[in-house]
Design a protein around this ligand. Sequence first.
Ligand code: PLP
Length: 397
Amino acid sequence: MLSLSKRAELMPASPIRKLVPFAQEAKKNGIKVYHLNIGQPDIKTPELFFEAIRNFDAPVLEYALSQGDIKLIDSFKKYYEKCNIDFEQDEIIITYGGSEAIILSLMAIGDPGDEVLVPEPFYANYNGFACEAGLVIKPITTKAEEGFHLPSKEYIKSLIKPNTRAIMISNPCNPTGTVYTKGELKMLGEIALEHDIFLIGDEVYREFVYDGLEFTSLMHIPEIRDRVIICDSISKRYSACGARIGCVCSKNKDFMKTIMKFAQARLCVATIEMLGATSLINTTKEYFQEVNKEYQKRRDIVYNALLNIPGVVCEKPMGAFYVVAKLPIDDAEDFAKWMLTDFNVNNATTMVAPAAGFYATPGLGKDEVRLAYILKEEDLTVAMDILAKGIKAYSNK
Ligand SMILES: Cc1ncc(COP(=O)(O)O)c(C=O)c1O
């Protein structure tokens, strides 16, 4: 009998997409569904991107360099300079989004069965990336009541085993919206030095930080620059998810040499999208200020609405465009499904992501949901009102 690999068996399906058939059914029945379950921003991609692509006039669509187009690498280098991060050209390799940057990084640092510590709840696709690379994610549990900040150094150290290869963080964090403090990053740096492991910083939400808070990159901690790997992307920064452009950067020469071999094996990233991405370095400061203001407004709508729902626990998220909230409900997955199958207000309902799929520890997150605040103000206000009414109706069932 034809059979597939062990890896195929272990590969998880996306937990966020599990409820999609119920949303489709609701829509078929004439119900409007407000999607707070996915992180696809509605912000316009800067016109510069499309202009550059329209101006493409080479007679042959050739392979690009495996490292990525030099002009794009240069454009990332300039971008990092503005972030006070000094990556040289040979310390940047262009990838198919942040996703490929993470997959290649995991493939480079560990052998099958090796472990990577990640604060949970974490971006659910990390499970898929680790599975593709043959690595295992071990969770560092964080709590809603503590704003999902990191536990003590001693606790994190107690999770490290001889085959732990790295600690990976999403900062600002999807799904929690937590922005790690400089103190937390320094602590991770000390642990990485003491145990001689890598630190992977998934910083694809770097610009999305609110209330004037300052973002600290792992690259801002001088002592650990030789062991930091930055995974990055233009998907969220410029609302260009479909371009599939990102990069992996590190000052660790052996690591970068390995990534280059992987990059060569997949030849190159799409030539035309790289051209579009190169132009984005010229995006104005005002664009980011506008976008930031918009998301901060949305964050406030969602957070204030959550505060007004009796029994909800959540700290104010400071970054990215997500929040994880504990609901006064035992089974958030059943609730999320019920919202789609049995509940509506004036023929409209709200779709949320049950948070259990963002945890590696069985049983955790069962009473939590993740909300993405990616809708415009009016829609978000209605969606949160429906959610509040839904929680009340579900609890009184
Ligand atoms: C934390 C995090 N990392 C990485 C990615 C991957 O993004 P992309 O591959 O589009 O760059 C996402 C996408 O949602 C994300 O939320």
